[in-house]
Design a protein around this ligand. Structure first.
Ligand code: ATP
Length: 556
């Protein structure tokens, strides 16, 4: 029976030992929330970003009515004019209310700290726990009260005897209640909730003044909105169309955790798809389906993927709908967000038009010309026309221009599929990791760790081994290696027993191992071993490249 990840610390160590992910600046003790990708990790993450670009930008599948989808890319600067972040709402609103413990100095998100309170003998008592929501908090609070009662803690005893408890989150705890710290090892008191801006600040220029203040972008999306007019004017695109960007984003997360899942520096893969407001629901549904299915085409099992439509109360005020595509990471009992697909209405372009003073509306020229043509058809339009006939046509045209033309000018609606490259890389690593029993060369059972990556994402596509380093085998192996490396990331490995070489490649997730032996020299065939089935086949050397290529073709 194959085993998946049970211990995240052990898994993180495996990722480090294999060269997938290292802690940033580890030799200096690391830095919380920052990660580096090693030789295998960088290939994996590049393959993920390239697969996304290929499948979403260069070759997206047909739209809901079978039409071609028009997509283009952008690569914007990380630092933008700070007015962008005022318009987007990040300067005013991109902050989580936080509470700090005055004693242990820990900092918590205010919406994740929950209190149980009651007044007993005229004394207000409270205890607190950390939990995602009120439902999860209640049993934890009751448990904590019982435990404190056993320790003869005044709050525990009082609250246990209270006829009724009140429950509040720290964001809305009324004044008379005390605010104990939720940490089990601390009896300190929390501050009132305070806003904490998640944007990293810097200064552009030699003087660190307020006028020079700039921000590291907390998302790539705003670069797309700020360039919407440029793209429209320079590319002659017509609605509907999408603009995509892959790039770094920075958030000063309060509590970076769960390996790379919540980092302070990460990469996003974002699309802003602009469409007519009347068609926006159709496009929202299209992107929701497409994005969820994309993960399955890259080997994520559908049981581990959960699309979750946000409830009305969670939706941003401008949004018609948002679906979070969530993945069952091994570090949590609840699925966690990989990507959000949001219907953002006209919110972003309207905000940027207002703040920049630029017209970001769209004129549907084709629609307007079609209407004009159809409505003017009944009116005579040839050179034998009488003056009254000319006037009739002109009057109708003026009327249409006055009454109908403005309807063709509008602010497009936007559908935003926003994915995290690092979160997906982590999901791919978790999904691929397998410990299993396999027969060795002598038929005895042995354990192996194998990364069952989808071939498109596998960091190394094939490993080439000479069986021994003589009798022409090493030269033949090198020649094949040289031929293949012009097309794929392949490695050459000549050291150690062949079984050991296989295991090394299994741990790296290499789909094929190709061995050059005595028969290769005689008849030009090689053995090709499949990582997952362990089957070995003899094929002509000349067919190896086509074999690998066939596996790398995107699913359609
Ligand atoms: P969360 O609720 O997990 O903080 P979010 O809803 O704030 O995420 P978005 O602003 O929608 O995230 O960003 C889009 C995507 O960017 C997320 O789905 C995720 O994949 C990625 N992302 C966001 N914050 C982080 C982070 N701190 N570390 C790694 N990836 C992130």
């Amino acid at each position: 029976m194959a085993k998946k990840i049970e211990d995240m610390a052990k898994f993180a160590k495996f990722c480090k030992d294999m060269g997938f992910i290292y802690q940033s600046s580890e030799i200096y003790g690391g830095i919380n929330g920052f990660w580096d990708y090693g030789p295998l990790g960088v290939e994996l993450k590049r393959n993920i970003k390239e697969a996304w670009w290929q499948d979403m930008v260069r070759n997206p599948p047909p739209g809901p009515d079978g039409q071609e989808i028009r997509m283009v890319g952008l690569d914007c600067a990380i630092i933008m004019n700070p007015k962008v972040w005022v318009a987007s709402g990040h300067v005013g609103g991109f902050s989580d209310p936080m509470v700090d413990c005055l004693k242990c100095k820990r900092r918590f998100r205010a919406d994740k700290v929950h209190f149980a309170c009651a007044t007993v003998d005229n004394v207000p008592h409270a205890v607190s726990v950390e939990a995602d929501n009120a439902t999860d908090a209640e049993p934890l609070l009751k448990d904590k009260i019982a435990k404190l009662d056993k320790k003869k803690h005044p709050a525990g005893r009082a609250l246990k005897s209270a006829p009724q408890l009140e429950f509040h989150a720290a964001t809305a705890l009324p004044a008379p209640w005390p605010r104990p710290c939720p940490a089990d090892d601390c009896d300190g008191t929390l501050t009132e909730p305070r806003s904490f801006n998640l944007m990293f600040e810097s200064h552009a220029g030699p003087i660190a003044s307020d006028e020079n203040k700039v921000y590291l972008r907390p998302e790539t999306a705003q670069g797309i909105f700020a360039n919407y007019r440029n793209v429209l004017d320079s590319s002659r695109l017509k609605l509907p169309f999408g603009i995509a960007q892959v790039g770094k984003a920075f958030r000063n997360e309060i509590n970076p955790r769960n390996f790379t899942f919540r980092s302070r520096e990460f990469e996003q893969m974002e699309i802003e798809f602009f469409c007519h407001p009347a068609e926006s629901r159709k496009w929202y549904e299209y992107w929701r389906e497409l994005r969820k299915n994309w993960y399955s085409t890259l080997g994520i099992k559908s049981d581990n993927l959960v699309p979750r439509e946000q409830g009305q109360e969670e939706l941003a005020h401008y949004s018609v709908g948002t679906t979070d595509i969530e993945y069952m990471f091994p570090f949590s009992d609840e699925p966690q967000e990989l990507e959000g697909v949001a219907h953002r209405g006209a919110f972003d372009l309207t905000a940027h038009a207002k703040h920049s003073g630029k017209d970001l509306s769209y004129f549907d020229e084709e629609g307007w010309n079609n209407l004009l043509q159809s409505r003017l058809t009944p009116f005579k339009d040839d050179k034998n026309r009488q003056p009254d006939e000319i006037k009739l046509r002109e009057d109708e045209k003026k009327k249409l221009e006055l009454e109908e033309k403005p309807k063709f000018q509008f602010v497009p609606h936007v559908i935003e599929p926003s994915a995290g490259a690092d979160r997906f890389t982590l999901a791919v690593l978790c999904e691929a990791y397998t410990e299993e029993d396999v027969p060795d060369a002598k038929g005895k059972t042995e354990k192996r760790t194998v990364m069952k990556f989808h071939p498109r994402l596998a960091p190394v596509k094939a490993a080439i081994f000479p069986l021994v380093n003589r009798d022409g085998m090493d030269e033949a192996a090198r020649a094949l290696y040289r031929e293949l490396k012009a097309h794929f990331n392949v490695v050459y490995d000549q050291s150690g027993a062949i079984g050991r070489r296989y295991r090394r490649q299994d741990e790296a997730g290499t789909p094929f191992c190709i061995t050059i032996d005595g028969d290769t020299i005689k008849d030009g065939t090689v053995t090709i071993r499949d990582r997952d089935t362990l089957k070995q086949e003899r094929i002509p050397k000349g067919e190896v490249r086509a074999r690998i290529e066939a596996l790398l073709r995107p699913e359609v």
